[in-house]
Design a protein around this ligand. Structure first.
Ligand SMILES: *Cc1c(COP(=O)(O)O)cnc(C)c1O
Length: 425
């Protein structure tokens, strides 16, 4: 399987390793597969009954068909050593809990696959992943690449501007993970990273790549859990499910849309957003108006110009086709907080703010299916406390990380210092 850019009408093809190391296509578009393979659903159902890694291995082999089977097998076994499960609310509604991985959010599914696969594709010399983070991406990338041979990870984050929990997730691993605490804000971190990528002298001396969320090695494996969910759901339900996806940058839901094109039955997708509702608005008005994001209590979805919009339009071709399969929903902060309270009162269950939007959308459309639960409430203690009056339970693994020693390097927002540091690695 080769890949091309959503912006390239001539469809110039890139092999997997090139597309993965580039991240973004040279013309600024997003990589998509040259064709959409069909999946054997009976096979998926059989394998989902065994283990998530088995099923992911089959699906990865279908789409990455030029990667040897033993390599894929090792990648999925190392990437997927954690649980995935449904939490049933009633006979028509469940939450698909995707947050039982090491960083307690669904991004582990993409980041860990990318980490392991990058290690396998990177057969020549060392590779440095360079990334700027305002919090969550950094922890997922650090977790995903931890101990991957031949790969160093350098993470820039703004001094004093990430939560203690997020900082702990980036700075307590050690080994090949190198956190840099930058005296500046997130924009400074991003600017420094961009400067490094455009420094031809540095790039001639050091192989650096980014690991941002639009990388196809993070995007494609997110389609696998949609198959797993359908396989388990179809054991007790007939027909096709409604699938609600709390969305920000639209990587998660477009991976589901890819799964649908590969043969996963779906009745409709619900694109559920917070106050940053560009896509739900687009579904109603037909006008796509990206804008600056606003801050909400579901801050991992605070995106005003979703990068994966281009993949969504590539998958459907027109707004008419999109509207036949996708509906939108958006919730205000007040509605999110009220939903967290309601879920606790009615079901005795603590939901994180992002997943609570999924619950609201599921209720609004009276779905028969499930919403994707994208994070553990333990990651959003302040919001849970504001909604319910008490702090959520913190899993032992997370508490241990919080108590571990944080190791990072303080750095000025200086491109020269960063370059020197990268060359010294
Ligand atoms: C990243 C994230 C989202 C949004 O996912 P997208 O793929 O950007 O749409 C939702 N919830 C949580 C907890 C996240 O970390």
């Amino acid at each position: 399987m080769k890949f091309y850019s959503t912006r390239d009408t001539s469809k110039k093809l890139f092999p997997l390793d090139q597309a993965a190391f580039l991240g973004l296509a040279p013309d600024g578009g997003l990589f998509v597969p040259e064709r959409i393979p069909k999946v054997d659903l009976e096979r998926v159902k059989e394998l989902a009954g065994r283990s998530y890694a088995d099923m992911a291995g089959y699906l990865a082999g279908v789409i990455f068909d030029d990667v040897p089977a033993d390599v894929i097998d090792e990648v999925v076994r190392k990437a997927y050593d954690f649980d995935i499960r449904f939490h049933k609310f009633d006979s028509r509604k469940s939450a698909l809990e995707l947050f039982h991985g090491p960083t307690f959010a669904f991004k582990d599914f993409g980041a860990r696959f990318m980490g392991q696969m990058t290690g396998k594709l990177n057969t020549t010399d060392g590779l440095t992943i360079l990334t700027a983070t305002s919090g969550d991406t950094g922890s997922a990338v650090a977790g995903g690449f931890y101990n991957v041979p031949g790969v160093d990870v350098v993470i820039l984050y703004p001094d004093g501007k990430v939560s203690p929990l997020q900082e702990a997730q980036m700075t307590t691993l050690g080994g090949n993970i190198h956190p840099l605490r930058v005296r500046g804000n997130f924009d400074d971190c991003q600017r420094l990273v961009k400067t490094m990528f455009s420094d031809t002298d540095l790039r001639g001396r050091k192989r650096i790549t980014s690991a941002n969320s639009i990388n196809l090695l993070r995007w494609i494996p997110q389609s696998f859990y949609y198959f797993w969910a359908y396989a388990i759901w179809s054991q007790t339900h007939c027909g096709a499910p409604d699938v609600v996806v709390p969305s920000g940058n639209y990587g998660n839901i477009t991976a589901g849309m890819l799964a649908a094109r590969m043969g996963m039955p779906v009745r409709r997708f619900v694109a559920a957003s917070n106050a940053n509702d560009v896509v739900p608005e687009f579904l109603i008005t037909g006008d796509y108006l990206p804008r600056a994001s606003v801050r909400t209590v579901a801050n991992a979805m605070d995106v005003g110009a979703p990068s994966n919009y281009e993949r969504m339009m590539w998958l459907y071709g027109s707004i008419g086709a999109l509207r036949r399969e996708v509906v939108g929903f958006s919730a205000s902060d007040q509605e999110i907080l009220a939903a967290i309270r309601e879920i606790e009162d009615k079901y005795g269950y603590i939901s994180d703010p992002h997943s609570a939007i999924g619950y609201l959308a599921a209720k609004h459309y009276d779905i028969d299916g499930y919403w994707l639960s994208t994070a553990s409430p333990a990651k959003f203690g302040e919001v849970i406390e504001a909604a319910t009056g008490h702090w959520p339970e913190i899993p032992t693994a997370l508490r241990l990380r919080m108590d571990s020693e944080r190791v990072y390097k303080m750095m000025d927002a200086s491109a020269d210092d960063l370059k020197e540091y990268l060359l010294s690695l």
